[in-house]
Design a protein around this ligand. Structure first.
Ligand code: UGA
Length: 444
């Protein structure tokens, strides 16, 4: 099938590259010339494992191409995906200006019946607004607007797209449903576990917000349990394993730590609260989810300050900067909030990340090193804030000898407390056994 993808951010580019790999003919549209050049030479503008290889295949077999010209991509497309950014406004609502503008431009070039698929995350009801824009811009054009939300995760984006848990298609129009089913046929044939769900457009839009809200709720739930674990002496890892064995709960998204970051969960939680409030519903549960997430980082910093007797003049090594492993994305990364607070309190910060660099806003005040063990030289503590696998496999015996004080703060609860304890480290996680923080070590 012939597809156009408007917007080559994370979701747009991965979607385009995967559909090309699955045999469709994909044209990606973006305004950023520099980005287009990079992508034409099979390089993604961000770090995503496997994506450069997919782009190379797609370019070599002529299945994917890149343009800044809607006129080259839209008229021939059977399905046009809108995948442009929806950045948060100060009140938490998403800025839909780019979505509306892209829709207007697409409308100008429509030729023959076209399915317009919303992949940008948008509040329920946006599809109706897009319909109106297209009708006003290009009266008489033949199209249907379908909601087709995206559930891929950064770092595992390709697998999530080629073998998704589910595909959601929202529209009441039979012809559009048939086209979307045909589009996803290669996915459904290759991945038997994928569930395909057709629904109305408003519900599909709502499914996206609800899914991210639920994931954020799971994380804040387990983080609140971790606080009670610190106070009671229980171990949150054991508790998560124990409750996760109940298939109604499940083990996923129960890793306690410094909370969720990234470009999606924080933004979508805010947007959902804002959307609900406009409808007259005060979404107190989600507000609390948000608050727990913020407090969790403060709690981590307070642990560091309390254990070290303040951080003024202390040399702290911050390991792992991206909001999670497998990506170079620093958007809403907990590391940045933690570093800013520690800098304000007078700490001397050395940072390491396997793929990303400290942003310009703090680069003058933070020294970045190219190897994790270098960061440990003379350090008063190591702070782990993203659970990159390579960080779990460091030579900790050697690292201990390089440090001024062998103390580790594990903001992701991913290191072996036992192993580090045996090596002579003081190990401090969040809600993990073996640490006293304003609490009793033994079970209350
Ligand atoms: C999230 C959703 O998981 C995707 O399904 C969705 O498509 C995407 O947002 C989106 O809306 O585009 P992503 O932001 O890539 O994906 O990352 P996640 O794997 O969900 O992690 C989000 C944050 O939660 C990370 O900071 C991670 O460290 C944290 N997290 C995750 C926890 O603190 N504990 C957990 O148990 C799981």
């Amino acid at each position: 099938m012939k597809l156009a993808i408007v917007g080559t951010g994370y979701v747009g580019l991965v979607t385009g590259a995967c559909f090309a790999q699955l045999g469709h003919d994909v044209r990606c549209v973006d305004k950023d010339e520099e980005k287009l050049e990079l992508m034409r030479s099979a390089r993604a503008p961000f770090h995503e494992p496997g994506l450069d290889g997919l782009l190379k295949n797609g370019i070599n077999n002529g299945r994917i191409s890149f343009t800044n010209d809607m006129a080259e991509a839209i008229p021939q497309a059977e399905v046009v995906f809108i995948v442009v950014g929806t950045y948060p406004l100060p009140d938490g609502s998403p800025d839909l200006a780019q979505v509306f503008k892209a829709t207007e431009e697409i409308a100008q070039h429509l030729k023959g019946y076209t399915v317009i698929a919303e992949k940008s995350t948008v509040p329920p009801g946006t599809g109706t607004a897009l319909e109106r824009i297209i009708e006003e811009t290009n009266p008489g054009s033949k199209f249907d607007v379908v909601s087709n939300p995206e559930f891929l995760r950064e770092g595992t984006a390709i697998r999530d797209t080629v073998e998704p848990d589910r595909v959601i298609v929202g529209t009441d129009n039979r012809k559009a449903l048939e086209i979307m089913h045909e589009l996803y046929r290669p996915v459904l044939e290759a991945s038997h576990a994928t569930r395909y769900m057709e629904t109305d457009r408003c519900s599909a839009e709502m499914i996206k917000y609800s899914a991210n809200a639920f994931l954020a709720t799971k994380i804040s739930f387990i983080n609140s349990i971790s606080r009670i674990c610190d106070l009671s002496g229980a171990d949150v890892g054991e508790v998560a394993n124990g409750i996760g064995l109940d298939h109604r709960i499940g083990p996923a998204f129960l890793r306690a730590g410094i909370g969720y970051g990234g470009s999606c969960l924080p933004k979508d939680v805010s947007a959902f609260i804002n959307f609900s409030s406009k409808l007259g519903y005060d979404y107190r549960l989600l507000k609390e989810v948000q608050a727990i997430n913020t407090v969790q980082r403060e709690y981590f910093v307070n642990k560091v300050k309390s254990m070290l007797g303040g951080v003024k003049g202390k040399k702290l090594a911050v390991l792992g900067l991206s909001f999670k492993p497998g990506t170079d994305d620093l958007r809403e990364a907990p590391s940045l909030q933690i570093i800013s607070t520690l800098l304000k309190d007078g700490a001397d910060i050395v940072a390491y990340d396997p793929v990303t660099k400290v942003p310009e806003s703090i680069s003058g005040r933070v020294r970045q090193v190219s190897k994790a063990d270098k960061a440990a030289d003379g350090a008063d503590a190591l702070l782990f804030v993203a659970e990159w696998p390579e960080l779990a496999n460091l030579d900790f015996a050697q690292i201990k000898n390089r440090m001024r004080r062998p103390i580790i703060f594990d903001g992701r609860n991913f290191l072996s407390a036992e192993k580090l304890g045996k090596l002579g480290f003081e190990y401090i996680g969040l809600g993990r056994r073996g640490f006293e923080y304003g609490a009793r070590r033994k079970c209350a």
